[in-house]
Design a protein around this ligand. Structure first.
Ligand SMILES: Cc1ncc(COP(=O)(O)O)c(C=O)c1O
Length: 496
């Protein structure tokens, strides 16, 4: 039987609510906790096979003495619902109270392990859960801080959409035509000549990658990526049966001189690149490197996916034109998104590329979600047509400049002797290289214990254990200061 773990963060959230009502009750606490856990099991929320949190963690979550938890667990064990595991811990073994079930319950653990899609890396799962802990300082999060999100402007635009007849039906497979027109015009400004019929609206750039992985490539094919790359942190291509192969980078971007040799050696089908404000290294691909990469791709016929979600977040000077602006043969699928500038919650991204490819991807998109939210698409169109997008992005740049300066200042103060780093010209990320070789796991755990959440480098490149991806976009400047000072102290304490 496979064990399922009940996410402790969820339990903590539920307990906050539980505590408010339970303390006033005449029923003893251990009885209330027994009932609470029994209801979870009988109701199927904690199916057979679930490994429940440790006594210590339960006591913390319920805010009671450990002995109260022991009494409740003993009762559930005596009733045949729980059993101690061999390696420690307690798991659910039966979902009925008192008597054995007539038919054995479904072993959901086996199903969960058998699904086609790969799970996120355990560290990514841990990060996703820890992000919502109260008081956590998120030093690596790849999204704008709530302070930088345009809530007031979005309310205005939502009202404008609501004042017209709100779009409540299913939409066209390629997406809202007026949004596609606006995006085509915007792409023209970056030197990309496309019409609206060559733009497909997707639910974020991540969906674009998912559609490409299942719509264009055979199982077993190989995708070349920069090393490190954001793509290693989301198992989209691997879940569709593909392999990723990393091509080294330098300060000008991917080593274009190596691309064709790698493509031949691994019989690669595609190359995925983030040329502008790379995630996680912050690198900006130089003009010359862009030309070299285009030449390499054209010479070998290797198609490219250009992920350009950070383009508008330049901080020093507007970036070089996208690779797609130089594409005369339709070799490049170009991805953009509003997630990094306006709102990841809007879930609006786009793909520009050859029409037959987009039609294929739109057909798969229709099979998976019948189109992106029509309301989000109209809000996105309002952002672009009203001129508010430009104004907002200018403000965000200003605030990100201040945040970048604050983070670099902290690094100079606390990390000068223990690490080195780059100064990004845009985007969100600083790729911090630690001088000492230390266990990434220990560092992650110790930081988390002090309420500091970091994105370890190995999420983006298996061998990047010495690196941490920092982001100046999320934590407040004050939290950044505290968090980095504490992180430096932790690193010093485990390096000696
Ligand atoms: C390079 C890159 N591509 C795609 C995404 C996903 O963005 P979206 O929210 O548009 O799906 C991210 C988000 O972190 C990213 O960094």
């Amino acid at each position: 039987m496979h064990l399922l773990f009940y996410p402790l963060e969820v339990l903590f959230m539920e307990q906050t609510h539980w505590q408010r009502s339970s303390r006033q009750s005449a029923t003893p606490l251990h009885v209330q906790i027994t009932q609470y856990i029994r209801d979870k099991i009988v109701g199927g929320e904690w199916p057979v096979g679930t490994r429940i949190p440790s006594q210590r963690k339960l006591a913390e979550a319920f805010n009671v003495n450990r002995s109260t938890i022991v009494t409740a667990l003993d009762e559930l064990t005596a009733a045949g619902m729980l059993e101690g595991c061999k390696g420690g811990g307690t798991r659910v073994i039966n979902h009925t109270w008192g008597a054995l079930a007539v038919t054995p319950p479904t072993d959901w653990g086996t199903y969960v392990k058998s699904g086609i899609h790969r799970p996120n890396l355990p560290a990514v799962q841990e990060i996703n859960r820890a992000e919502f802990r109260p008081g956590i300082i998120r030093l690596g999060t790849g999204e704008l801080s709530p302070e930088l999100l345009p809530d007031r402007e979005t309310s205005i635009l939502l009202r404008r959409v609501a004042d017209r007849t709100p779009p409540l039906g299913y939409g066209e497979p390629m997406g809202d035509p007026s949004l596609r027109e606006l995006l085509a015009a915007r792409l023209q400004q970056h030197g990309i000549t496309v019409s609206a019929s060559s733009v497909l609206i997707v639910s974020g750039a991540l969906q674009a990658l998912q559609l490409i992985s299942v719509g264009l490539l055979e199982r077993g094919s190989t995708v070349l990526v920069e090393r490190p790359s954001y793509l290693y942190s989301v198992p989209v291509f691997q879940s569709a049966g593909m392999k990723l192969r990393g091509v080294p980078m330098d300060s000008d971007g991917i080593r274009a001189d190596l691309v064709n040799a790698y493509a031949r050696q691994y019989n690669a089908s595609l190359l995925y690149t983030i040329p502008t404000f790379h995630n996680p290294s912050g690198t900006m691909m130089s003009e010359e490197r862009r030309m070299q990469l285009m030449n390499a791709s054209e010479a070998s016929g290797l198609p490219l996916i250009e992920d350009d979600v950070y383009r508008d977040l330049w901080l020093d000077a507007p970036p070089a034109n996208p690779l797609k602006a130089r594409d005369r043969t339709g070799n490049i699928l170009y991805l953009g998104s509003l997630s990094k500038t306006i709102s990841p919650g809007l879930r609006i991204g786009w793909i520009a590329g050859p029409q037959p490819v987009l039609e294929r991807l739109a057909d798969i998109k229709m099979q998976s979600d019948y189109g992106s939210s029509a309301i989000s698409q109209q809000v996105a169109a309002e952002w672009l047509s009203s001129g508010m997008y430009e104004q907002h992005v200018q403000q965000v740049r200003e605030l990100l400049r201040a945040r970048r300066a604050a983070m670099l200042n902290c690094l100079n103060r606390y990390f000068a002797e223990i690490a080195s780093w780059n100064t990004p010209a845009g985007g969100f990320y600083i790729w911090l290289k630690l001088k000492a070789q230390l266990s990434a796991r220990t560092l992650f755990d110790q930081a988390l214990r002090q309420n500091i959440l970091i994105n370890p480098g190995h999420l983006y490149d298996r061998d990047a254990n010495q690196y941490i991806r920092l982001s100046y976009a999320f934590a407040s400047i004050e939290d950044m200061e505290h968090g980095l000072a504490r992180l430096a102290a932790i690193i010093r304490s485990i390096s000696c």
